[in-house]
Design a protein around this ligand. Structure first.
Ligand code: GLU
Length: 473
């Protein structure tokens, strides 16, 4: 068994492309099959320089490795041309010299008559002499497939079931373009055959093209591989997943600091379901359980909140483990903090903030108040069920207790210290915890007061409480 991932280098790797690559990868590993990478770069108009390198790099960042390739279609032109010649010789394809103007005119006329636009076979019956003359004159041409009339094309997709279409509703598609490059349809069939691909796993958008491919397989008398089309990815409003509603480039998510394994875990479920309630799957577990029989037909919604949940879950688990992955994550998070931060402080900040983040780059914003107290309005210090006097009393009490504190400056001790203040005084939690939290962070939302105390350490904490008391004077 052999599968392939065949991106076109027209831009960044989309999240949908990544899912296709992942499913091919999971299938290959699960079945002990080979996975091949093929760059489909025959559409020179849509070609983006270096996009292939970028795609390859992104796949690598996700740990998706290939057994063969990359193969470039642009380096295989002679192969396609050879096969096209063969089809022409066997009267299964023909030269077409129609100009773009003529084709445009024909198309407009057909649309005006409410017909489905298709080539009118103007060049189908050119004589051999005419063809030779035009070729000698270096007239521009394409080669088209010669469809038989009224022939049913039937195949079975492993996900979508039987597909049937009549050639009367199909077009004499172009196989070879005027620039000597093959169309996608020709190249994909020739390559999948030549590269011994047994299972074609790709996006649903290619399902309508598949009858064209089937016809080509039949004309060449080649064995037809299995087709597994994957459901579309959708925006939450059920439109096709697009840039307009947020990020769709896989590498943008990496840049934001999402973990590759969390992204893979989430997108594995976009179109496939192991039919259990377990959600966190390691890549090994995905490989073990992946099964094309459990691929869904219905479009799958790409939900950023759900991805955030997966990512946060991964981060929390990694922090809990405190193993190698934790060290790596800590290292990765460094770039979001000021340079030269001591390891100990970095770690405390990371432990506190990582329990609240969606993705790593949020650390830059969420840690700002630690390095510089934001200016805030004194009114913010007073909890809605408290008043000025109680707020002042609370802060003064805390100041004194912290100043005299002899226990280690550890989270648990600090927690207890604050609890004792509330328990042993007339003050309510709102008179103590709220103003302290605001004094330490300058924010209306932040980690808990004891966590901030722990991060800021004694001197900075006392300074900030003083600032608050001065504001209340
Ligand atoms: N080159 C196509 C794409 O970029 C792949 C189609 C296929 O897998 O056959 O989507």
């Amino acid at each position: 068994m052999k599968v392939r991932f065949a991106p076109s280098p027209t831009g960044y790797l989309h999240i949908g492309g990544l899912r296709t690559a992942l499913y091919n990868y999971l299938f290959a590993k699960n079945n002990n099959a080979k996975l091949l990478l093929r760059i489909e770069d025959t559409d020179r108009n849509r070609y983006v320089k270096n996009a292939d390198q970028q795609i390859i790099k992104t796949l690598k960042s996700f740990g998706i490795e290939f057994d063969e390739g990359p193969f470039y279609q642009s380096q295989r032109l002679e192969i396609y041309q050879k096969y096209v010649k063969q089809l022409v010789k066997e009267d299964k394809a023909y030269y077409c010299f129609c100009s773009k103007e003529r084709l445009d005119e024909m198309r407009s006329a057909q649309i005006a008559e409410k017909k489905i636009p298709k080539y009118d076979r103007h060049c189908l019956n050119l004589s051999e002499e005419e063809i030779k003359k035009k070729l000698d004159n270096k007239e521009s041409y394409v080669v088209r497939l010669k469809l038989l009339d009224n022939q049913d094309v039937i195949f079975k997709d492993e996900v979508y079931g039987e597909v049937k279409i009549n050639t009367n509703n199909m077009d004499d598609q172009v196989l070879l373009k005027s620039d000597g490059y093959p169309t996608y349809h020709l190249a994909v069939v020739v390559d999948d055959h030549e590269m011994d691909i047994t299972h074609i796993i790709r996006g649903e958008e290619w399902l309508p093209s598949t009858p064209k491919h089937i016809l080509l397989y039949q004309m060449f008398n080649w064995e037809i591989p299995k087709f597994i089309h994957l459901p579309l990815l959708l925006n939450p409003d059920k439109s096709k997943l697009s840039k307009r509603q947020g990020d769709v480039a896989a590498e943008d998510f990496l840049k934001k600091g999402y973990l590759p394994e969390a992204i893979l875990n989430y997108i594995a479920f976009l179109g496939w379901n192991p039919k259990t309630t377990k959600e966190i799957y390691s890549i090994e577990e995905l490989i073990r359980d992946f099964d094309i029989a459990k691929i869904n037909k219905a479009g799958a919604i790409f939900n950023i909140e759900k991805l955030n949940w997966f990512n946060a879950e991964y981060v929390r688990n990694i922090v809990k483990e405190k193993g190698q992955r934790y060290e790596k994550l800590l290292e990765k998070s460094k770039k979001y903090f000021p340079k030269n931060l001591e390891k100990n402080k970095l770690e405390n900040i990371f432990i506190v903030l990582s329990s609240r983040l969606n993705y790593l780059s949020e650390l830059e914003e969420s840690s700002k108040f630690i390095f510089e107290l934001p200016d805030y309005d004194s009114q913010m210090l007073i909890f809605k069920k408290s008043d000025l006097d109680k707020t002042k009393a609370g802060l003064k009490l805390i100041y004194k207790q912290l100043e005299n504190n002899t226990a280690d400056w550890e989270l648990e001790n600090l927690d207890n210290l604050l609890k004792n203040i509330v328990n042993n005084s007339e003050l309510n939690p709102g008179d103590v915890f709220w103003p302290l939290r605001v004094a330490l962070s300058g924010l209306d939302k932040s980690p808990s007061p004891s966590e901030i105390l722990w991060i800021l350490e004694k001197n900075e904490s006392l300074d900030r409480i003083n600032i608050a008391l001065n504001k209340l004077k």
